[in-house]
Design a binder for this molecule. Structure first.
Ligand SMILES: C[S@@+](CC[C@H](N)C(=O)[O-])C[C@H]1O[C@@H](n2cnc3c(N)ncnc32)[C@H](O)[C@@H]1O
Length: 226
C-alpha cells in the first residue's frame, strides 16, 4: 500500500494484528463488547434453529468471541473458525477457552483464510455466520465469498450475515442506530439492502432480513441456498 493511502479495511493496516496482540488486546481487535456481542450472536443462531448436533462455520471468527460460547453448546468438533489472522484465533483459543473447551475445539479447525476460500473445510455445515466481518470489507469481497461458501453448506444450510444498511441511493456518511458512523467509500461500510440481495441472488442464495437489534446497529440477513 502506498504511504498515506487509507486501507480498505482496518485489518489491512500494516502490523495491525502484531501490535494489538503484543499489547494483549485480542478482545479489542474484534471490537470489544465481548459478552454482549457473543450473546447476541448465540441468540441469532438459536433463533435460526442451531442445536448441539449441528456444525457451525464462524467466518472471520477473530479471538473466538462467539466461539467461546458456541463451542460450549455444540457437540465436540462441530465448531470451525476462519480468519485472516491465525495468531488472533490461537490467542483466543489459549486465553478464552477453558481446558475442557479447548478439548472440544481441535486447533486445526481454526483455519487462516483471508480470501474466503475455505481451504480444506468440510462440505456439510448446517450454519455459517459472518458477524461484523463484511461490515469492514469492500463490497466486492462478498460475492466471491458467497460463491465459495456454497460448496461448504448443506442444502438446508444458512449463512447469518451482518451488514450496515443505507437507504437506496444514499451517498456519503450515515449514523447507524447505535451511533456508529458508516460510509460508502471506506470502512465501516454501508450498502443498500438491494445490493446485498443482488449479491445473494447472483451467487444462488435467497436472502431474508430479520428485525433484531444488534450491537452497533448492524442488520442481520439470513441467506439460504435458493
Ligand atoms: C469486527 S471483527 C469480528 C470478529 C468475530 N466475527 C466476532 O464477532 O467476534 C472482524 C474480524 O474479521 C477478520 N477479518 C478481516 N478481514 C478478513 C478477511 N479478509 N478474511 C477473513 N477474516 C477477516 C478480522 O481479523 C476480525 O477477526
Amino acid at each position: 500500500m502506498a504511504p498515506g493511502t487509507r486501507p480498505t479495511s482496518p485489518y489491512l493496516a500494516s502490523g495491525f494484528y502484531d501490535r494489538a496482540l503484543a499489547a494483549g488486546r485480542h478482545r479489542d481487535i474484534v471490537g470489544g463488547r465481548w459478552d454482549e456481542t457473543a450473546r447476541a450472536q448465540m441468540a441469532c443462531l438459536s433463533a435460526e434453529g442451531m442445536q448441539p448436533q449441528h456444525r457451525l462455520l464462524d467466518i472471520g471468527c477473530g479471538a473466538l468471541r462467539l466461539g467461546h460460547k458456541a463451542v460450549a453448546l455444540l457437540d465436540p468438533g462441530h465448531y470451525w473458525g476462519t480468519d485472516a489472522s491465525l495468531a488472533l484465533m490461537r490467542r483466543g483459543w489459549e486465553a478464552e477457552l477453558s481446558p475442557d473447551l479447548q478439548s472440544r475445539l481441535p486447533l486445526p479447525q481454526l483455519v487462516e483464510d483471508a480470501g474466503f476460500a475455505f481451504p480444506g473445510l468440510p462440505a456439510d455445515f448446517d450454519f455459517a455466520i459472518a458477524f461484523g466481518v463484511f461490515t469492514h470489507l469492500p463490497a466486492a469481497m462478498l460475492r466471491p465469498a458467497l460463491t465459495n461458501l456454497r460448496h461448504h453448506l448443506r442444502s438446508q444450510g444458512k449463512l447469518l450475515l451482518t451488514v450496515f444498511l443505507c437507504p437506496e441511493g444514499h451517498a456519503g456518511r450515515l449514523a447507524q442506530p447505535d451511533g456508529v458512523v458508516t460510509h460508502s467509500d471506506r470502512p465501516p461500510w454501508h450498502r443498500p439492502a438491494s445490493a446485498i440481495a443482488e449479491d445473494a441472488a447472483v451467487t444462488g442464495f435467497s436472502c431474508a432480513w430479520r428485525d433484531r437489534q444488534l450491537p452497533r446497529g448492524q442488520r442481520l440477513c439470513v441467506l439460504s441456498l435458493a
